[in-house]
Design a protein around this ligand. Structure first.
Ligand code: ZN
Length: 270
């Protein structure tokens, strides 16, 4: 039997029969993958603890016919501290949700993404978990090639300033100026109609469907976060809670639009 070793974080699982779990992990070496964890559904077993969400393991894996099987697991970080606070845990679970949805697109950059994910989870404990979660969303969007156009209008390319900023358009992937909002109401309408026809995505779940209003303050918040290095010291000066939540929602909706489904987000435990 061929064996291989990986470093992986547990992303999600389903029950497999009486005693086993089918684990989805993100591995530094191979990206998103599904593995059988035998005995992991037996309560109280050593294996059960290692198969919990957010646990980082060094795994020895045996090649199976269709799905590979974990033969040995050594826990590197159980991430217990992430569970001590519901707000932090909600943010951590949202990291997993994003990884489960977009991880298959990151196979080529699995090592970079794995390191980013683990460091972002770790930094949630430093306070301001929503700030770091938003930063994580933004880096993920960039890695996926979804970086939004924010400095000029996606329709007419006019430079965006505090006075002409109108909308953020999910499908066009950026901001729209007031001029285009008023002159091109039909354009926006056509886009929404076209989108509804070709997609099964329930746009009605989103704020205003295909686009949302964006204020200069929120745009400033996004630019501030984009410029900030991940290890910047966060202070109350950097953080305006209401703007932060709105900015987080804008990016969440944008990523939802890209994948065509709703996320629970950090609010899942709220
Ligand atoms: Zn415009």
């Amino acid at each position: 039997m061929v064996n291989y070793n990986i470093n992986a974080i547990n992303i999600s699982f389903t029950r497999l029969g009486e005693n086993d779990k089918l684990l989805t992990v993100f591995a530094r070496e191979v990206g998103l993958t599904k593995l059988v964890a035998k005995g992991a559904a037996k309560p109280g077993s050593k294996v059960a603890g290692r198969a919990e969400l957010l646990v980082v393991n060094k795994l020895q894996v045996a090649k199976g016919k269709s799905i590979d099987i974990i033969s040995q697991a050594e826990t590197i970080n159980a991430n217990i501290k992430l569970r001590n606070n519901l707000n932090i845990l909600g943010c951590a679970l949202y990291h997993l949700e994003l990884t489960k949805s977009f991880g298959h697109q990151l196979a080529q950059e699995s090592a970079i993404y794995y390191d980013l994910l683990l460091s972002s989870l770790n930094i949630l404990l430093d306070g301001y978990p929503l700030w770091y979660t938003l930063k994580f969303q933004m880096i993920l969007a960039k890695m996926l090639g979804y970086e939004p156009q924010l400095s000029s209008c996606v329709v007419c390319q006019a430079r965006i300033n505090d006075h002409n900023l109108a909308l953020f358009h999910y499908e066009l992937g950026g901001v729209i100026c007031k001029n285009c909002q008023f002159n091109r109401k039909n354009f926006l309408k056509e886009n929404i109609n076209a989108y509804e026809v070709k997609s099964t995505y329930t746009a009605s779940n989103l704020v205003m469907g295909n686009y949302t209003h964006i204020t200069p303050m929120i745009l400033k918040q996004i630019n501030k976060l984009n410029e900030a290095s991940p290890d910047i010291l966060v202070t109350t000066e950097n953080v305006n809670e209401i703007q932060l939540i709105r900015t987080y929602q804008l990016y969440k909706n944008f990523l939802e639009f890209k994948i065509g489904k709703k996320f629970n987000g950090f609010e899942v435990l709220a």
